[in-house]
Each structure stands twice: as structure tokens, then as C-alpha cells.
Design a protein around this ligand. Sequence first.
Ligand SMILES: NC(=O)c1ccc[n+]([C@@H]2O[C@H](COP(=O)([O-])OP(=O)(O)OC[C@H]3O[C@@H](n4cnc5c(N)ncnc54)[C@H](O)[C@@H]3O)[C@@H](O)[C@H]2O)c1
Length: 326
Amino acid sequence: MLVNETLIEFADDLSELDSFLKKFKLDKYYIVIDSNVYELYKDILANHFKNIKYVIIPSGEQYKNIDTVTYILKELLEANITRGDYLIGIGGGVTLDICGFVASILYRGIKHILIPTTLLADVDATVGGKCGVDFLNRKNIIGTFYEPKGIYITPYFLKTLSKDEFNSGLGELIKYAFLDYNFKLSEETNLKDTIEKAVLIKKQYVEADFKDNGLRMCLNLGHTFGHAIELKYNLLHGLAVLNGIKMIFALEKDLGIDVSKEEIYFNELLDKYHLTLNNYDYHDYLDDIFKDKKNFNGVLNLVFVKDFKPYLYKTTRGELDDKLKG
Ligand SMILES: NC(=O)c1ccc[n+]([C@@H]2O[C@H](COP(=O)([O-])OP(=O)(O)OC[C@H]3O[C@@H](n4cnc5c(N)ncnc54)[C@H](O)[C@@H]3O)[C@@H](O)[C@H]2O)c1
């Protein structure tokens, strides 16, 4: 699959990784990886990468920051990285977002390849070129749009993923069930095919609106409230998104929008994957969401769903309060 100019390969395991890598002129490369993934996969990776130079970063969202970016830059420059060299990010969404960001700013842009190792990164954190870091307790507030040359996606790595992290990925996957009516997640059985279908949906949004000025914002379904609770309660990203979808449905209902069919399907999917959500009340987070980076001059683009189609609901805080009172 091609998304813009990024070549994406879907595979059951690592058996096609070598032929995939041969498609790029990988004379010299550096692998950015977090300490967990490194420990779990260093021996396996040694079968596919020769003369590897690793830059190992600590694992976790709390390290998705400028300090980690400067650490990587320092390591790369001390190892004499040149403009023609590749960065290869192997890991979850945190590692890949940081790796892409470093690739985008070093020498004003070097080539990079991403190999996701979490379900969340498989379905959501590789395609589309958004990369960056958190700052001052705000998610992804510093970043760039910068696409990798290649992405190799396989469920192979998921066998070592914790149940919680797997469930977090399911959160983003369930989101796609409300972005494309034809994606029948309740009927899906093969994980690799399911991931590919989710990526195909993302491709359509990304290619139509790469810089996130309109249609692509629909991919943020569940993220506006999700971001408000994610850092506050230290929730895993996908679970924050699922709670965010539940909060959006509650808000839509209070505005008189009928989302009963969507709610039934949402609950069916939660049951299918044995997921339980918290009972966050969206009213408590209205102040936070109007501080979100998707707030342009006081107007917030909320992603609503109606008849299994997402759309942008533009509102100011004042307008929303009036409608909720009335
Ligand atoms: N760029 C985008 O478009 C985009 C989209 C969605 C999410 N994101 C970002 O992705 C991040 C979340 O990604 P994530 O959930 O993958 O988190 P993560 O990268 O922190 O990985 C989760 C944990 O799993 C470990 N891990 C990774 N692969 C493993 C494996 N195969 N086996 C065992 N452990 C493994 C990691 O070390 C980490 O501790 C957030 O920062 C979010 O903002 C980005």
C-alpha cells in the first residue's frame, strides 16, 4: 500500500522484512528504540540488521519530550550521522512519534522508516506523518508533519505486549468502526487483515487532508475529551480515546442528537473485546477541551458521529453552554 509517498507493507511476521528493507538504499542507519523493545527483540533484530547503531531511549509517555529529542540528536551527531543516513524507529507510538520528529528536524529532514511494535502504533501511529512530543503537560504540542519512506506492519511483535497495552490499541481500532460505515469490526477475525483495513481508512483521511485542516480532524474522534483525561489520570492512550468517544456520545445526546444506534454498536464492541470504561462526566472537562490545540480563535472542532459517519461540529464555549442550557 502507498500512502502519499510512504510504502507500507503488511506481513504476518518478520519473514518479509529483509526484502522490504532492500527497497531502500540503507547504506548507513541508526535505530531508535525504547529500552523494553530493545531487551525483548535485540537478538531477533540482529538477524535482520547488520552493523546496527542503536539509540536506546527510556520507555513511556513521560519521556516523549524535548529532553529525549535532544538526547537522540546528541547521540546521532556524536556518531557522525550524515544527511543521507536513515533513522529507523522500532517501537510503540511514543518511540515512533519521537523518531519521526527527530528525522524531520535533523539537517532539516533525513529519511526514516518505521516499524511499529504495539497494536496502537500498527493502526494509528505510523501512517500520516504526524510526529512530535508533549510539552508543559500538553500532548503532542510540539511537532511536525513528516512522512516516513517506509512502514513495515506486522502483528508478530504483539505476542509480548501486555494486555493493557493491547487493549489500548483496541481503543484506536474501535474508533475506526465509527469512521467508515463499511468497516465491520464486529465481524473481523484476522488481526493482520483488520489492521490493514484500519490503515486503509486512515489513508483516505490523510490523503484527502494531509495538513489536518478539515476532514482529517475526524480521525480525532474521542481525542478531544480523551486528551483531557489521558495525562490527568495517566490513562493509556487508546483507553482515553474510548472514554472520550463515550463522553462525546453523552454530549451529543444532551444536544438532542440521536446516537442510540452508535451507542448500541459501541457497547457491542466493548463486550466483544471485554473492555470496561470509567464514568467520566464530560461537563468536568469542558474547560480543558477549549484549551486543546484544535481550538482556533475560541472555536473548537468537536468530532461528532451521526448515522455512523463522523463530522465536525464547530462551537465556541459560549454557544455550547447556551445549547446545553436550552
Ligand atoms: N503519530 C500519530 O499519528 C499517532 C496516532 C496515535 C497515537 N500516537 C501516539 O502514540 C503514543 C502511544 O503509543 P503506544 O500506545 O504504542 O505507547 P508506547 O510507545 O509507550 O508503548 C507502550 C509500552 O509498550 C512497550 N512495548 C512496545 N512494543 C512492545 C512489544 N512488542 N512487546 C512488549 N512491550 C512493548 C513500550 O516499551 C511501552 O512501555 C502516544 O504518545 C500517542 O500520542 C501517535
